[in-house]
Write a new protein. Structure first.
Lengths: 93, 346
């Protein structure tokens, strides 16, 4: 008999969302967070238009991260929390 | 009474079953691992003089603490000797450094390996290869130290290929990518001394990196001749536009040729910085730079790196053969930078 030690980290459950996921996008304000890669702004713009025309979102507003390999910086997150209801974070690759 | 190990435990019948069990659980990089038993893990921790719950690094982007216990388990699985532990610990601190910035190189489609360059007395003590077959097989320290770091990325940080490690191609260095500088034969200031450490200190420098590119020059007996070939090979390499760190590895023959002309590492860096620039016109014509051609593009130059200091020069490789190598860093220096950590001194 051999006893092995587990090399992985046992995840502790926690909620990381700022707000619960809404049931519908009707009337919601959508934040688009662009990762700076070529064409990612155009892709997100298109997605934003579809969310408005087909899903009834009220408005969209775009932010640009400092670079594609880091999380959105604090200023973006603070402002999105104040002014938007949902976020689309895109990787334009 | 030593502190308890808190990892979950799994019972198996024998060693053969243990190895298969590790495969089934997804804990392996594809090669068999050494079964991680408590006795083995204790030997690893003792060698590093670390308590199991000591936090070696915290990966902010993953919200994961890498404890000494997890480092020890994965290092044992990788086949490390206990005395390798301080080097593994230093490398883990390196990839946990905000300047290395884990999320990008750990995840990116760009498929970065973790290049580790060992400097100082520990390289000789542990027999970390700095000579023949530098990137190839044959040296336990080179193969297992890098493997340990990759297993930690996989098992602790969740960087599993196809899930949170989305490398499009990856490269063989993602299994292990460890070299030492040949300080015994090098005429130059060692890398760690250039980066602010004392010669008698031991360090590990980690850089998120593409694979090594070998170049050949058997014609020239001057520094400028050899480096002209190197610069021409380097000019269009890596992401071209990203301006990452680079490592240049100069092996025996080239090292002696360049040093015989009296060139220092700083001279080499300056020469390479000046001779690896591309015109905006070329970058646009070859679809690497966006935008239409405009007047002046033929003469406006873009450097391969932001500054000469972004090129790390390392003396290593076999004594015979007119070959050396350059290694483009992953992405850009804005996204990840080479980081040097001292070994020991916990």
């Amino acid at each position: 008999m051999i006893e092995l030690l587990d090399p992985t980290v046992e995840a502790t459950t926690q909620s990381v969302a700022f707000v619960p996921r809404p049931a519908s996008l009707e009337g919601k304000r959508v934040a688009l967070i662009e990762n700076t890669k070529f064409n990612s702004d155009r892709l997100l713009q298109k997605i934003g238009e579809i969310l408005k025309s087909e899903y009834g979102a009220a408005e969209t507003r775009m932010w640009r991260k400092k670079n594609s390999s880091v999380p959105a910086h604090e200023e973006i997150i603070e402002e999105v929390c104040k002014t938007c209801d949902v976020v689309v974070a895109g990787v334009g690759d | 009474m030593p502190a308890a190990l808190t990892s979950a435990r799994h019972k198996v019948d024998d060693v053969a079953q243990a190895i298969e069990f590790c495969f089934e659980k997804g804990w392996s990089d594809g090669l068999p691992v050494i079964p991680p038993t408590e006795a083995g893990v204790r030997r690893m921790l003792d060698a590093a003089k670390l308590e199991p719950n000591h936090q070696v690094a915290y990966i902010t982007h993953r919200a994961v603490a890498i404890t000494a216990e997890k480092v020890a388990i994965n290092a044992l699985m990788a086949g490390c000797k206990p005395e390798y532990m301080p080097v593994v610990v230093a490398a883990v601190k390196g990839i946990g450094d905000p300047l290395w910035s884990y999320h990008g190189p750990g995840t990116s489609t760009g498929g970065a390996g973790v290049l580790m360059i060992v400097n100082g007395p520990i390289a000789r003590e542990l027999d970390v290869n700095a000579g023949d077959n530098l990137f190839g097989p044959g040296w336990r320290a080179n193969l297992t130290i890098g493997r340990a770091v990759r297993l930690i990325m996989r098992n602790v940080c969740g960087s599993r290929p196809g899930i949170l490690d989305r490398g499009t191609l990856g490269h063989p260095g993602k299994l292990s990518y460890v070299i030492a500088e040949n300080e015994a034969d090098s005429p130059w200031t060692p890398l760690h001394v250039e980066r602010g450490f004392r010669p008698e200190q031991s360090t590990v420098t980690v850089m998120a990196a593409n694979g090594p590119h070998q170049f050949y020059n058997q014609l020239s007996n001057t520094a400028e001749g050899v480096l002209t070939t190197l610069a021409d090979d380097m000019r269009i390499s890596g992401g071209v536009m990203g301006q990452p760190n680079y490592v240049v590895v100069l092996a025996g023959e080239h090292m002696h040729t360049i040093a015989a002309d009296g060139w220092t590492k700083a001279d080499i860096r300056r020469f390479l910085f000046e001779h690896t620039q591309s015109s905006h016109a070329h970058l646009k014509k070859t679809q690497r730079m966006s935008g239409a051609l405009k007047p002046g593009d033929e003469t406006q130059m873009r450097p391969l790196v932001e500054s000469p200091d972004d090129i790390l020069i390392v003396a290593a490789g076999g004594r015979a053969g007119a070959f050396s190598a350059y290694i483009p860093g992953w992405g850009s220096k804005r996204s990840s930078q080479a980081v040097t950590k001292v070994v020991g001194g916990e």
